[in-house]
Ligand binder design. Structure first.
Ligand SMILES: Nc1nc2c(c(=O)[nH]1)N=C([C@H](O)[C@H](O)COP(=O)(O)OP(=O)(O)OP(=O)(O)O)CN2
Length: 139
């Protein structure tokens, strides 16, 4: 088996409802997403998947939904509506708190399978850095 990983960066705001310290406040991160594909065999060019394809497919979705946006818990709709009314942006809501864990799980379970449905490779892992020092992995 061979693995192939592409790194994609984006900026987003969030807050963690119920957090006892500073993360309850609305704040932003330069998130770093690493998406890893694997396959038993390489294609005719000698690739698991072209790094460019991983980037373009994933980045198109990220740019439309997460980049320069705010990711909130669906329970945080009052805040989301206030921001949306003021800025006109389309707030991205999760069913759970927008922790790094929940954002990564949402991408791996709900989004990525649809984006790469016809592919010859599998997305086996994603790693999401919320800060340069803190990250989660979903296999
Ligand atoms: N398991 C998790 N813990 C925390 C999350 C999370 O998503 N999953 N999120 C936060 C906050 O959003 C916070 O912004 C990041 O945490 P922290 O490492 O405390 O951030 P710092 O700015 O202090 O990082 P430095 O590298 O020290 O500047 C909290 N916990």
């Amino acid at each position: 088996m061979v693995e192939c990983t592409r790194r994609i960066e984006f900026d987003a705001g969030h807050r963690v409802i119920g957090h006892k310290h500073k993360c309850k406040h609305l704040h932003g991160h330069r998130y770093v997403l690493e998406i890893t594909a694997s396959s038993e065999e390489l294609d005719d060019l000698g690739m698991v998947v072209d790094f460019g394809e991983l980037k373009s497919v994933m980045k198109e979705w990220i740019d439309l939904n997460f980049d320069h946006n705010v990711i909130l818990h669906a329970d945080d709709e009052n805040l989301g509506s206030f921001i949306a009314n003021y800025t006109g942006q389309n707030i991205y809501y999760l069913k759970a708190n927008p922790t790094a864990e929940n954002i990564a799980l949402h991408l791996k379970i709900d989004i990525i399978p649809k984006l790469f449905i016809k592919s010859s490779f599998q997305i086996i892992k994603i790693k999401l850095f919320e800060t340069p020092n803190a990250f989660v992995e979903v296999m």
